[in-house]
Design a protein around this ligand. Structure first.
Ligand code: MG
Length: 374
């Protein structure tokens, strides 16, 4: 299954493997198997009803965590193939990267983190790993999905030293200051490329961003000028799409070229050389990174902090807080499996059961659970 890969790609034959040994599959490679397990997981299906930027019930046309994850995987796979990296592993990491997200996007995560302050906190990235390692209950022989080391390494993008120590193998690199494999580095950047672009689209569609504002952004403005020159009479809707697809195209081409340059300079012979390289090798050029970051900053200031977004944020923060308070004081308000787990635990362990339950909720489930509170 490793036939067309570069030597610095993740190779199955050199993998650190699964935590619980399993016989190989007859038809599929091990990273393909991981991708399939992720797609079949409960947490993956729930991404359909979880907020990316816009709360799910605000409209059917906006990205959800699910369509966001698919767009990330799409970008990741293109770059993986161009660089002869492991496409199946890249796809698996991309599809799993947001599995730990709470309902209501960052507002939900920040609130749950605040609720968990005295109990070790809540971090969606760590939760994504917890979903695939512990929370998915599908197999008779082991907890979680028993994914390959490299998939888990990619899912855990960042991690505090304290958590890294508790996590063992997959936390090690944060203590030793090492890089993850190239597929993990790629998934991380594909995430940023995807949201920067689809948030422009969604923000414009929602009427929270204007063409005049967007024109000021070099990444958008330069491509807008080209499209307008070629198609002077194009309506705004198509205009935006033509600009966005050019933005994605430019960033992706730049990423492939810059990464090739860095690989040529660093000459890694294996995934372990990549891990020891001292800095990430998958990267945009400095010039493109600057434009990308400027757009990101603009979205932060104009879209994520828009007063209409903030009003919704306040509402959903209240929901998460109320749910947490209610379940901590009366675990029986949760479904049996969580209620029993919470009643058999105390302190931080009990709070973690509540956090796992809330984090797993979709937006609409959280809203109806909130309505159902006594
Ligand atoms: Mg993401």
């Amino acid at each position: 299954m490793d036939a067309v890969l570069a030597s610095y790609a993740a190779q199955e034959s050199l993998s650190r493997g699964r935590r619980y040994k399993e016989p190989p599959s007859v038809y599929r490679g091990e990273y393909q198997r991981d991708r399939d397990r992720i797609i079949h997981s409960t947490a993956f299906r729930r991404l359909m009803y979880k907020t990316q930027v816009f709360v799910n019930h605000e409209g059917d046309l906006y990205r959800t965590r699910l369509t966001h994850s698919l767009e990330v995987a799409q970008i990741g796979r293109t770059v993986a193939v161009a660089l002869q990296l492991n496409e199946a592993l890249t796809e698996a990491i991309c599809l799993a990267h947001d599995l730990g997200h709470t309902p209501f996007g960052h507002a939900g995560q920040d609130t749950l983190n605040a609720c968990m302050r005295d109990y070790g906190g809540f971090e969606h990235n760590l939760q994504s790993l917890r979903v695939v390692d512990v929370l998915e209950a599908k197999y008779a022989d082991f907890p979680g999905l028993n994914l390959m080391f490299e998939t888990r390494e990619g899912i855990l993008k960042h991690c505090s030293k304290r958590h890294a120590r508790e996590l063992g193998d997959v936390g090690e690199r944060f203590l030793l200051r090492k890089q993850p494999g190239l597929e993990a580095q790629l998934a991380n950047i594909a995430d940023a490329i995807a949201y920067n672009n689809h948030d422009v689209d969604d923000g414009y569609r929602a009427g929270l961003l204007s063409l005049d504002q967007l024109r000021q952004q070099p990444l958008f403005g330069d491509r807008l000028a080209k499209v307008q020159k070629r198609y002077p009479d194009l309506d705004d809707r198509r205009l935006i799409y033509e600009v966005i697809r050019r933005m994605i195209g430019s960033v992706v081409s730049d990423l492939i070229e810059e990464t090739r340059r860095r690989l040529l300079a660093a000459e890694p012979q294996s995934i372990d050389d990549v891990r020891d390289a001292g800095a990430p090798l998958v990267s945009m050029s400095d010039a493109m990174y600057e434009q990308h970051t400027a757009l990101k900053k603009f979205l932060y200031e104009s879209l994520y902090s828009h007063e209409k977004k903030l009003a919704m944020t306040e509402e959903v923060q209240g929901i998460v807080k109320d749910l947490f308070t209610a379940y901590i004081s009366d675990a029986r308000q949760m479904p049996d499996e969580f209620a029993e787990a919470a009643e058999n635990a105390a302190g931080a362990e009990r709070a973690r059961v509540v956090a796992d339950f809330i984090a797993g909720m979709t937006d609409r489930y959280a809203i109806s659970a909130h309505e159902a509170l006594g």
